[in-house]
Design a protein around this ligand. Structure first.
Ligand SMILES: N[C@@H](CCC(=O)N[C@@H](CS)C(=O)NCC(=O)O)C(=O)O
Length: 282
């Protein structure tokens, strides 16, 4: 079996394009209030050293792109692109697109058109045995299920981290992701089946109303989990990402969030403001 450290090093060297130095690495050096270029270089060196201590080896930047609150450091060399089997409107596909974008990983999108039942084509069933999206191909390693894919990406490309460092935080993130996958999202799926795939006159309106009420019941739990926290597990994590694809649908399906859910409404705005929210829409 390959040494996991070696494998991680190889993957980073080959594919983590770009590496992002986030606010977390720079803020303690007061970089953002300073326009001085040599000071900027010093701070990037410090940030790279911090990253080295986190991931255990050097990164060699060849280009630097200034972004509003982060640096992107691109590295040349051979690359083999991650392939994502995806369908733009699929909420579970978008969960994975967000993680790839947040981690600065380049990926090729292979569209599997669910409206044409392409997910059930014999060729695709070799990729995903249950005929669903998303599925991911990372240099020939093929896996499926959005939650498992996102955990894999977190393990394989740990920078920037999308799970808290402590066990309690990690468990909290996973609990909330489970709540989204098994209690929140399935009601959206029920509505999608009625609205997207049936003509207006044939839709089961009772079922739609029941699904909307079940979704609204989940708001209590989300509100409570966000008490005293900006994000579900404290810092932005896979848990928040799981809910991001459903935010658009709240509006599209006319499911209002009662103003009493103050934490949740503020959290929704925070999530919508992330560049990965718009970038993952299709
Ligand atoms: N647990 C799976 C569920 C995947 C899933 O339900 N995908 C939907 C799209 S969001 C799909 O492919 N539906 C088509 C079908 O089941 O035939 C995951 O999280 O990836």
């Amino acid at each position: 079996m390959r040494d996991p450290q070696e494998k991680q090093k190889k993957n980073h060297e080959k594919r983590l394009l770009p590496t992002v130095i986030t606010h977390r690495h720079l803020s303690s050096y007061d970089f953002f209030s300073d326009d001085n270029c040599s000071r900027a270089q010093t701070n990037v060196s410090i940030a790279l050293a911090t990253i080295k201590s986190e991931i255990g080896y050097d990164r060699k930047p060849v280009a630097m792109i200034w972004m509003r609150c982060s640096f992107s450091l691109s590295q040349g060399g051979p690359r083999s692109m991650i392939k994502l089997y995806t369908f733009p409107p699929s909420t579970n596909s978008r969960k994975v697109r967000i993680v790839l974008i947040e981690k600065g990983l380049e990926f090729e999108r292979i569209n599997i058109d669910l409206s044409k039942k392409e997910q059930k084509n014999p060729e695709y069933l070799k990729i995903h045995p249950f005929g669903q999206v998303p599925a991911l191909d990372d240099e020939g390693f093929i896996l499926y299920d959005s939650t498992i894919i996102n955990e894999y990406l977190e393990d394989e490309y740990p920078y920037p981290p999308l799970l808290p460092e402590d066990s309690e935080g990690r468990a909290r993130a996973r609990l909330m992701e489970d709540f989204r996958d098994n209690y929140f999202n399935p009601h959206f799926v029920e509505i999608i089946h009625e609205v997207r795939y049936k003509p207006e006159g044939e839709r089961d309106l009772k079922l739609i109303e029941h699904a909307k009420a079940e979704i609204a019941k989940c708001f209590d739990r989300i509100e409570k989990e966000l008490e005293g926290r900006e994000y579900l597990a404290g810092s932005f994590s896979l848990a928040d990402i799981a809910y991001m694809p459903n935010i658009d649908l709240l509006e599209r399906f006319n499911i209002p969030v009662d103003p009493k859910y103050k934490n949740m409404l503020a959290w929704i705005e925070r999530l919508k403001a992330r560049p990965s929210y718009a970038a993952s829409a299709s």
